[in-house]
Structure formats: structure tokens, C-alpha cells
Write a protein that binds this ligand. Structure first.
Ligand code: MG
Length: 378
């Protein structure tokens, strides 16, 4: 087995990205892009060293980003990507590896399989380039005017990591220092040394814009479902609260708060989807603060916990179980009410009702039960 080092280029300032931090330090589902990149290489059994070219201003942020990954070293990069790579290679040269994988810090989705494939191809190649096909038709434009269609045959898009025999890539970086070339394989090409391709990976994208980050976040999110159930008994009164709506009735519902059985089930459904306990834990019935409280704040609180974790509500589906009052005439208003409490579109809320055919406690009109199912992306 050849000895292998990874050289991660993370010295850029990310001017194309916007935001306060260079893009490689932006969080992706709560973890910095660069930390994800470092993990991919530092935990790969075929990679013995990880050298990272960083900007001197980022030293403290980098130290925090690399925490817990043994064997990760840093070197100050230069003014251009090419300078940073050369400085990184020089830092590795003191105990030179046989081969080196040069990778963009802002490509956090690099897979172990792709790393394997590049190391494998270096058995018989000077340079290895992962490529993906060009699918879209290519046009050359002059401002908004289309000039011509560019033939797409034999065109591919180059990704990283690009793999090289260490001595070769160090030699060409020294030879061509100061001559701006777009990637490391281009230096080998210029020196007339053969570079071969291996299939890249469409998910191995380079995060350049906020849109890229949003797409990656969506791709990494998962769907979860939470359910809630609640019951309140009838007592004296002339109306019941259901889905944040006051509905006239011959009785009220008994409860510590406003006894909105539907919103309580909805709150538990949201809490269930994020695995954060239940309504009784967040709003103890023993706490006088919640006496007579409106339940919309319980639902809002649970929704706030969801969004604080980066989650979004896909759908919240209620079933109200009772003989009386009739829910049908209020269904649309209930749906609108929940949508308004949460500030989401009405199509994300559903309110259904059923009786139990006169059976059980709801059939005997002793109270109302409600179920809710929340579907979220997080
Ligand atoms: Mg309740």
C-alpha cells in the first residue's frame, strides 16, 4: 500500500458566497462544511495524513473545526488556490507521502468510495481526475445574447479529490508557480504527464453559493412523523375551544388551560416528531402560570422548537372525535386558525372529524378526544 496524504484547500475567503464566514466554515445541518470534509479523509483507512491549507485569519475557527480529528495538520495558504496547494505540498514534503489527494474544503459530500477509487487508480497513473458528465446543452453567450451552441461531445466536469504521485505534483507546482491554472490536473497536463479519469459523484458538489448550501441541506434532511392524542371531559359552560376556535356548545371542556383538546394533540405531535418530550413536560399542569391559558401558545412553542432545530412542517393532520358539537360547519375556520397560529399555508393543515357511533366515552358525550399526526422535514 502506498502512503497517502490528503491536502484540503480551505484558505479562500468565499467572496462569491455572501454571509459572514468563508463558505468552508458555513454550517450544513449544524456542522461546518469543512468539518464534514475533514471527517471523510481523517477517518478513511487509506489516508494517513491530512494537511489543510487555511487562511491565517481563520486559525481559531479552524482549530475548533478540526477538534477531535487526530493527525489533521494546518499550514497557512497563499493568495491564490494554486499558491495554497503549493504551500500545502511543501509542508507535506518534509516526510513525503507516496501519493496525495488534493481536495476542495467546500466539497463536504466526498464519499469513501470515491477516495478508494482514486487511490486505486494511482497504482498505475501519474494523476487521477474524478469527472461527471455534462448533461445540459452548452451555449456560448455574449451578455444575454446567445452566440453559439458548444458541442458537448468529450466534455466532462472535473471534481476533486484529484490524486497524484506526490513527487510529480510537487515538481509541477514548483515549476509553474505563479502561472494561474484552474486545477491541479491542469499542471500535470501542461507538463505532459498523463492524467486519467475515474467516475465522479453528482452528490460531491462544491458549495459556492447559498443556493448550493440550501440544496445540500434539503438533500440531507429526513422526513419524520410525530403523533399526539388528548382527551378532555365535558363540564359546565357554553362553548369549547377546538383548534384555537371558540365553538358554541351546551357544555364546556374541563382542563387546566383552555382545554383545547385538538391543539394539545397537535402540540404533542410536533414534540413527538422532534423527540422532545410531551406537552405536560413543557407546560406542567401543576404550574399556576398555565391556568386558563390559551393553547395556541403551546402549539407555537412546539413549532418554535422544531424551527430552531432547522426543521420545517410538511403537514399537520387533526382528527377530532366526538358526537357533539358538529365539527363540519367549523372545519374550514379551524384549518385557517391553525395555519394562522403557525404562520404556514392552509394546505399544510388538515382537520377531520368522526363520531364513535355512540360507543365509548365520546359516544356517551362525556368528552372529546383528538388525534394529530405531524409530518416534518429536519
Ligand atoms: Mg390536554
Amino acid at each position: 500500500m502506498p502512503t497517502c496524504a490528503a491536502l484540503i484547500v480551505a484558505a479562500g475567503r468565499g467572496q462569491r458566497f455572501g454571509g459572514n464566514l468563508p463558505k468552508q466554515y458555513a454550517p450544513l445541518r449544524g456542522e461546518r462544511l469543512l468539518r464534514r470534509t475533514l471527517r471523510a479523509f481523517s477517518t478513511h483507512p487509506g489516508v494517513q495524513r491530512v494537511m489543510v491549507a487555511i487562511h491565517p485569519d481563520d486559525a481559531a475557527t479552524f482549530a475548533e473545526t478540526a477538534e477531535g480529528f487526530p493527525g489533521v495538520e494546518a499550514v497557512h495558504g497563499g493568495a491564490t488556490r494554486q499558491d495554497s496547494v503549493r504551500l500545502g505540498l511543501e509542508a507535506l514534503a518534509k516526510s513525503a507521502p507516496d501519493v496525495v489527494l488534493i481536495h476542495d474544503g467546500a466539497r463536504p459530500m466526498v464519499s469513501a468510495a470515491l477516495i478508494d477509487s482514486i487511490i486505486g487508480a494511482l497504482d498505475s497513473a501519474k494523476g487521477v481526475l474524478p469527472v461527471v458528465p455534462v448533461i445540459d446543452t452548452l451555449k456560448r453567450v455574449d451578455g444575454a445574447r446567445v452566440g453559439e451552441t458548444v458541442p458537448r461531445e468529450n466534455l466532462v466536469r472535473a471534481q476533486t479529490p484529484q490524486g497524484f504521485q506526490f513527487a510529480d505534483i510537487l515538481a509541477v507546482h514548483r515549476q509553474f508557480a505563479g502561472q494561474a491554472l484552474t486545477d491541479d490536473a491542469a499542471l500535470l497536463e501542461r507538463a505532459g504527464l498523463g492524467v486519467v479519469t475515474v467516475p465522479g459523484d453528482e452528490t460531491n458538489i462544491k458549495v459556492t453559493t447559498m443556493d448550493d448550501l440550501a440544496r445540500l441541506t434539503a438533500a440531507l434532511s429526513e422526513t419524520r412523523v410525530g403523533q399526539g392524542f388528548d382527551v378532555h371531559r365535558f363540564g359546565p359552560g357554553d362553548s369549547v375551544w377546538l383548534c384555537g376556535l371558540k365553538v358554541p356548545h351546551t357544555h364546556g371542556l374541563v382542563g387546566h388551560s383552555d382545554a383545547d383538546v385538538a391543539l394539545h394533540a397537535g402540540t404533542d405531535a410536533l414534540l413527538g416528531a422532534i423527540g422532545d418530550g410531551d406537552i405536560g413536560q413543557h407546560f406542567p399542569p401543576t404550574d399556576p402560570k398555565w391556568r386558563g391559558a390559551r393553547s395556541d401558545q403551546f402549539l407555537k412553542h412546539a413549532y418554535g422548537l422544531l424551527t430552531a432545530r432547522g426543521g420545517t412542517l410538511v403537514h399537520l393532520d387533526f382528527t377530532i372525535i366526538c358526537e357533539r358539537p358538529k365539527v363540519g360547519p367549523h372545519r374550514d375556520a379551524m384549518r385557517a386558525s391553525v395555519a394562522k397560529i403557525l404562520g404556514v399555508e392552509e394546505h399544510r393543515i388538515s382537520v377531520k372529524a368522526t363520531t364513535t357511533e355512540g360507543l365509548g366515552f365520546t359516544g356517551r358525550q362525556e368528552g372529546i378526544a383528538a388525534q394529530a399526526v405531524a409530518t416534518i422535514r429536519i
